[in-house]
Design a binder for this molecule. Sequence first.
Ligand code: GLN
Length: 211
Amino acid sequence: MTGGDGAGSLVGVFALQGDVAEHVRVLTALGARVRPVRSAADLAGLDGLVIPGGESSVMDKLSRLLGVAPAIRHAIGEGLPVYGTCAGMIMLAEEIANPIVGQQSFGGLDITVQRNAFGGQVESFETALEVPEVSGDPVHAVFIRAPAVLRAGPDVQVLASAPASRSENPEHSSGEVPVAVRQGRLLATSFHPEVTGDWSFHRYFLERVIR
Ligand code: GLN
């Protein structure tokens, strides 16, 4: 990669399921070289990896069936920078509060997530979030069957929170729930910057997480 600003980085996009094309488009427009990741071999030489929004239980099944899951776990352990959006956040979580039977994640990020915490497809919503670490302007965020962070470990930095009243979980009846977190080289958002035209999180990933 070049000079530390992330442009020219080789970034993989997990491509077995989810909104792969949207991430490819944003990352390419920001100057990254992009490679779809479907096998362990596709991870070789990457500067970073993006796990898109989609359906985490399907991502889990396919990645184990096709044998790429252990390689992604290993790469996370070795310090590969990874950005997960929505289902991608769930794949990075150490713990899923409400998995489907047998559902596993890649893990690495010391959080517990609740899938579909803000309701189903029809309860999808958009909002503007203050994320000072990432952008001087409010970040336009779209939540679609989004997960919430129920627990964040001591090494997890909360970058943004959303009003808990949006959440279905009675434990969230007041205050705010984290919806964007970072732990070292792992970045995750409950929402989908890849579909909004607000590229501040992708820029942050390329420029500040991939160094
Ligand atoms: N609810 C989905 C899941 O559990 C995530 C939805 C999304 O990525 N928009 O994987």
